[in-house]
Design a protein around this ligand. Sequence first.
Ligand code: ASP
Ligand code: MG
Length: 304
Amino acid sequence: MFLSDRERERKAAILKVESEVIGAAREFLREEGFVELLPVIVAPLTDPLRHNTDRALIEAYGGHWHLTRSMIFHKQAAVGVCEKIFSFSPNIRVEPPDWKETGRHLWEFVQLDLEVRNGSREELMDLGERLLVYVLSRVLATCRAELEALGRELTVPTRPFPTFTYREAQRRFGDDYEIALSREARTPVWIVDFPIDVREFYDREDPERPGILLDMDLLYPEGYGEALSGGEREYLPERIRRRIELQGLDPAQYRALLSLAEEGLPPSAGFGIGVERLVRYICGLPHVAEARLFPRVPGELSLI
Ligand code: ASP
Ligand code: MG
């Protein structure tokens, strides 16, 4: 590690904050009755995502296995066993090399992924706000010296956070609303009600408002962009099949998910919050790579 003394001190401060963030989030969720699952790293099936990304596959035992892009389907299955679950889940998303310039993308990152059986979007938004406030309060109380060394002035936002629908955000800030709105915001902001054609097939369509999804994103203020994504889930086999087809995907590739749904997936809601992005926001870092000791930056080679 070719770090100068100054770089080493800065990195140590960031990693101390990160460790505190992980501990506080875990403590909060266990207190709320969540069970921590060990993460899934390889699986026959993973999140299709909407944009994305090269397929990261490994070969083993005569079959192909995906490296996890997100644990979404495992979360849906897991709440059939435990009512509330979370995992610090390593995700691999082989993003285009120029995404290294966004400051927000790593191709290996960890998301705190959680799910609640019979949860509603509104309950999950409430939980997300309380989780964020808890973690920020904890970091402010325990990492004062580190934040000062990083030159970061952080305040704990007041709840509830403001909410925009996707259409409102788009009308006011254009198609690139995410960064424009995040730059203007002084507190985290919710975006809800994404249209069906811009999100993954597992976000649940509102039965009362066809074409509108019961999902949400949270944006950080000060231009730090997306904090979390989540929503209620499609859980009925015929609905999942229809959504897979609508997205132009092949239902045969999702046979395992469809047969799980036929056996009975519970209704659920959840979200995933990127750990490194949270640390980036808390520490005020120009690039999310600074939140890792061994970052995987799109398009860059690594020595270790
Ligand atoms: N699976 C989503 C993602 O990784 C998060 C979620 O909906 O829980 O973006
Ligand atoms: Mg997202």
